[in-house]
Ligand binder design. Structure first.
Ligand SMILES: [Zn+2]
Ligand SMILES: [Zn+2]
Length: 357
């Protein structure tokens, strides 16, 4: 079958590889329809290996590079192991990325996304830039007929936004600031609104992305290069700051001022969620937390409950996926029209989705 295989940094090859074996008793084989290119895939391309095991096989998957990338995907169940009960052959599904052990302390209390042995499909094991992929059956979520498999390629990142928003405690009438209007920021914006956020501020510097944020319902889009964002947010929240801040940038674009800025626009007693991934240490003043009882929380990936919520939000049209899809390409073109296009025109693109068909 055809697949996009990561060999090394800047070396992703579209190759003919053997199809996955028959699924194990608790696995399914998915015939892939669409797979989104994620920021972490891009990182593996430009600066990898980051998550990809290259010397020691991943303990959960037993895999080592070269391996097939792709962890935001949808498709049809082509085969199911004998113990699988949640889906059957022919079902259309959205795939989820995290794989867990089921035995460690976090797993025992349902916090699978912080499992001691957490591994991701398409990073620590073979993924979905391929015609077929084997995944644990718990990572397959049946799709209602209202949700197409193109939109369903965004279920995994929407699940990430659902985890953040659920843990942030956002409720009706809250004010929320989202830092960064890339794909993850825009999904968090939509999920915050779906959870009841009233006033939503988006901080973004790229013009195209400011437009995306406005079109997806941000109350106010603020450019930190043009506006004193701390003052502007205070002026619009009765001098208080926002109830919740969600950081969706991380370190690669701005080397970290997003965290101190986020804390300075947060109201006393408010909660800041950090969803970005950082490449360097960030300096903050802990007194900002102590004196005002501000909370600083990290969030990673999603639990199965969040992925179920993601499917419902798409079904009920409370999150729009279509405006987020800025490119549809074939796997043969993944390097040129996918990875290279995202690098050359980073701000113009949100999600590029790839089909192996
Ligand atoms: Zn991703
Ligand atoms: Zn575990």
């Amino acid at each position: 079958m055809k697949a996009a295989v990561w060999h090394a940094k800047r070396d992703i090859r579209v190759e003919d590889i053997p199809q996955p074996p028959d699924p194990r008793p608790d696995e399914v084989t998915v015939k892939v329809h669409w797979t989104g290119i994620c920021g972490s895939d891009l990182h593996e391309y430009t600066a990898g290996p980051i998550f990809i095991p290259t010397e020691t096989p991943n303990p959960l998957t037993g895999k080592v590079a070269p391996l097939v990338l792709g962890h935001e995907f949808s498709g049809e169940i082509a085969a199911a192991g004998k113990d699988v009960t949640n889906v059957k052959v022919g079902d259309l599904i959205a795939g989820d990325a995290p794989m867990h052990c089921g035995d460690c302390e976090p797993c025992k209390i349902g916090r699978y996304n912080i499992c001691d042995s957490l591994a991701f499909v398409g990073l620590m094991g073979d993924g979905a830039f391929a015609e077929y992929v084997n995944i644990p059956s718990y990572a397959a979520f049946p799709l209602p007929e209202e949700v197409g498999t193109d939109a369903a390629a965004l279920v995994e990142p929407i699940g990430v936004a659902c985890n953040t928003v659920r843990r942030s405690g956002i409720s009706l009438g809250n004010s929320v600031a989202v830092i960064g209007a890339g794909p993850i920021g825009l999904l968090h914006l939509q999920a915050a609104k779906a959870a009841g956020a009233d006033q939503t501020f988006v901080l973004e510097i790229a013009d195209v992305r400011k437009e995306f944020a406005k079109n997806l319902g941000a109350t106010m889009v603020l450019d930190p290069n043009e506006t004193d964002v701390v003052q502007a947010i205070k002026d619009n929240t009765g001098g208080l700051g926002v109830d919740v801040v969600i950081e969706c940038v991380g370190g690669d674009e701005c080397d970290g001022p997003t965290v101190p800025v986020g804390l300075s626009i947060l109201r006393r007693g408010g909660r800041m969620m950090v969803a970005g991934i950082f490449e360097k240490n960030v300096e903050i003043n802990p007194n900002e937390l102590v004196f005002f009882e501000k909370q600083l929380w990290g969030c990673l990936s999603a639990t199965p409950k969040d992925v179920e919520a993601a499917v419902s939000l798409l079904k009920e049209n409370k999150i729009q996926a279509d405006p987020m899809i800025t490119g549809r390409i074939k796997v043969d073109d993944i390097v040129e029209k996918g990875f290279e296009e995202l690098l050359a025109n980073r701000h113009k693109n949100l999600k590029i989705i790839v089909t192996p068909q």
